[in-house]
Design a protein around this ligand. Structure first.
Ligand code: MD6
Ligand code: FE
Length: 220
């Protein structure tokens, strides 16, 4: 029999079981959001009341199947003029709602757990997926500098996340994501192509036939 003095410490400190490396600067933190789901959902309700979900139009004139809203100083929008970040909700003319404290705490803790200490997100894009909704392969590249990671929190229905390479044609890994999982990508992986396969209808106990994704960025 082997005796490992440090086995408990290893499990407590890094939880290696629950952190899956999907690249040199990218990890899936399984269930990392579960302890704060109630706070996240009440924060979401507040955000939704001030800035309703809407379907944006791409510069090419297509309506996106994912419904979106934002919180934080900067919000991401798309319209016929292009993709950009702005301080105001174009629907209301008001500043985007503040990021709920639970959102900020989770984003910072997730980034730190994945090796990116000092993350200061100023933008949280909130995406709502329904059965059949997909997100085609894209890079997140409208942010001013790529030094900060992207932190992406999954709630509600499961989804298959596509994590490709730095070129659109690179083969993408298929990563199943469930309620409470957090994906962090930064450093050498910051500009990797990624997307979401069309959602199947597998209703979730708390959110029904919806998937909510919170994507935190340092945009400005
Ligand atoms: C996800 N979402 O839903 C990953 N990026 O798991 C994204 O990568 C994303 O939902 C840009 C805009 C909206 C998104
Ligand atoms: Fe993205």
């Amino acid at each position: 029999m082997t005796f490992d003095l440090f086995s408990d410490d290893l499990e407590d400190a890094a939880s290696p079981r629950d952190k899956e490396a999907i690249g040199p600067g990218a990890s899936v933190l399984r269930g990392f959001a579960l302890p704060c789901v109630d706070e996240l959902l009440s924060g979401l309700r507040e955000v939704e009341q001030r800035a309703a979900f809407r379907h944006l139009v791409t510069p090419g004139g297509f309506t996106m199947s994912v419904a979106m809203t934002n919180c934080g100083r900067l919000g991401w929008i798309s319209d016929r003029r292009g993709y950009r970040y702005g301080e105001h909700d174009p629907e209301t003319g008001l500043p985007w709602p503040a990021m709920p404290a639970a959102f900020v705490r989770l984003a910072q803790a997730s980034a730190a757990e994945a090796g990116f200490g000092g993350f200061e997100p100023d933008a949280c894009l909130v995406n709502r997926y329904e059965p059949g909704t997909r997100l085609s392969l894209h890079q997140d590249k409208d942010e001013r500098d790529y030094g900060a990671p992207i932190v992406s929190v999954s709630l509600g229905m499961p989804a298959t996340f596509l994590f490709g390479g730095l070129a659109r044609s690179d083969k993408a890994a298929r990563i199943p994501l469930v309620h409470g999982d957090v994906v962090v990508w930064g450093g050498p992986d910051r500009l990797r192509y990624h997307g979401v396969l069309p959602l199947e209808d597998r209703p979730h106990a708390l959110l029904g036939s919806r998937r909510i994704n919170l994507t935190f960025r340092k945009a400005g």
